[in-house]
Write a protein that binds this ligand. Structure first.
Ligand code: ZN
Length: 206
């Protein structure tokens, strides 16, 4: 929703309701990442119109302070950044304790090896394919290899952790991402800046 039309938010919400599977909400605090996005008033407004699941991606420091509040506004998938938490396990447990799916997100410069020990505690990992903080960035090609490594570890340990990819995702890279093991593709600009968003979503589904 970062790439949505904020002057006509209801139209952007309608596109997601009709054609997509999940509302992905990028929450930035200007501290963990060098940008500020939107907060609870906007998430709450979206939640009143959303017919699909709300997935909040917290790019903020001290995410533990806001877990309960996100669950109260109807968020069902909640990810926190590895870079923002000293020990991911307790906070992933806290997210689950509110009945939400718990995700661990990480930037392209975090070695995959740092994330592998926590896969067992995650319902999903959020692999950033651009640096967190801004929409509209170019997809980083390394991402394919990073996803393959994570997918291999998930399969080897017979875990149920899913893989979400976020940043520069479009019909041009969607099929290769899925082949590498991605389960959830987050697309912002590719959809909302397009002439025909539904065609872009259909192309990615194909
Ligand atoms: Zn995101």
């Amino acid at each position: 929703m970062l790439a949505a039309d904020f002057l006509h938010l209801e139209e952007s919400i309608a596109i997601v309701n009709k054609y997509a599977d999940v509302f992905h909400l990028d929450i930035m605090d200007g501290v963990l990442v060098p940008n500020i996005s939107y907060g609870f008033p906007v998430v709450e407004a979206i939640s009143t119109k959303a017919k699909k699941m709300l997935d909040a991606h917290l790019m903020i420091v001290h995410p533990e302070r806001y877990i309960e509040r996100f669950s109260k506004v109807g968020v069902k998938m909640l990810s926190v950044h590895y870079e923002a938490v000293r020990d991911p396990e307790p906070i992933l447990g806290l997210i689950k304790s509110f009945g939400m799916k718990a995700g661990l997100a990480f930037n392209p410069d975090v070695p995959v090896e740092k994330i592998l020990p926590y896969l067992y505690a995650c319902d999903y990992v959020l692999v950033m394919s651009v640096y967190a903080g801004f929409g509209g960035q170019k997809f980083i090609e390394d991402t394919y290899e990073r996803i393959s490594q994570i997918k291999a570890a998930i399969d080897e340990q017979k875990l149920r952790c899913r893989i979400e990819v976020d940043g520069g995702v479009s019909p041009a890279n969607a099929s290769k991402l899925i082949e590498c093991g991605a389960d959830i593709l987050v697309a912002g600009s590719a959809v909302f800046k397009a002439e025909n968003p539904s065609e872009v979503i259909a192309a990615m589904r194909k």
